[in-house]
Design a protein around this ligand. Sequence first.
Ligand SMILES: O=C(COP(=O)(O)O)N(O)CCCCOP(=O)(O)O
Ligand SMILES: [Ca+2]
Ligand code: NA
Ligand SMILES: [Zn+2]
Length: 311
Amino acid sequence: MYVNTKEILEDASKKYYAVPAFNINNLEFLMAILQGAVEKKAPIIIETSEGAIKYAGNGNPLRGARFFAETVKNYAESLDIPVALHLDHGKNLEYIAAAIKAGYSSVMIDASHEEFEKNLEITKEVVKWAHAAGVSVEAELGQLAGIEDNVVAKENVLVDPQQAKIFVEETNVDFLAPAIGTSHGAFKFKGEAKLDFERLKRVKELTKIPLVLHGASSVPTKFVELAEKYGANLGGAKGVPQEDIKKCVELGINKVNTDTDLRIAFLAGLRKHLSENEKEFDPRKYFKEGMEFVKEVVMERLEFLNTAGKA
Ligand SMILES: O=C(COP(=O)(O)O)N(O)CCCCOP(=O)(O)O
Ligand SMILES: [Ca+2]
Ligand code: NA
Ligand SMILES: [Zn+2]
């Protein structure tokens, strides 16, 4: 069934487990994710970036948002697991409006590159707007290293727990993404992975709402090596160690954003299948192996985060 993200995350926050939020850009990833969630009897959060909406709508935000909202709702209504659809890293108000209008369960307003007061003001606006339409809201405090909001954030600007308390009280936001040292993409951390667990603990104590971990892909060596075996060049790829994610969940992370791991798994399957089946030209066939690897990563993460069986 199609549900509001808040419903899924409130339960997770109460029982200290987490739900992965998997990014999609097309039907194949959606099908693989849903198959994995059904098999694991797990609630699931599907999310699309603004880039995904632009891609599916061929530049028209409402067309793209409707494509995903209608497709996900259509599938969700035929399944007996809770499914939510979330706008990831909403920055452009036109895209946020399109997602709300199209019927997304929740939207992220990411104004974390702005000064605190500005972020607070923008988030307050979006919360009023979204709540009036029954849509829940995620916001972000602090910045992820690497490409943050299309600008290169020089280094991590970590969340200030006291600011988080004020921010949550003033904005009435439903869930919060505190920057604690992760970054997006396949090349995380210069040297050793280091997340600021103490800081995360404080944020949870002071805000008591569901929290979101961005940049949470672990970049499984198995699929990196398989993709490279069939011609990919992903040298130096590194993700968040699984034990660090487990620790984050114990400290109050409830939504775990995962995109890169699925991209690498699909890439490995596609490259492998194409090189082993030179006569194949039916996309319903040559995408299958990539989809199977995506499903495998999905099921593993659902088990790992204790989402399995919670539907
Ligand atoms: O925090 C995460 C997941 O990060 P990770 O999976 O890279 O670790 N996310 O928010 C996913 C980011 C998706 C970016 O999509 P576009 O390329 O379309 O802009
Ligand atoms: Ca941000
Ligand atoms: Na998000
Ligand atoms: Zn993110």
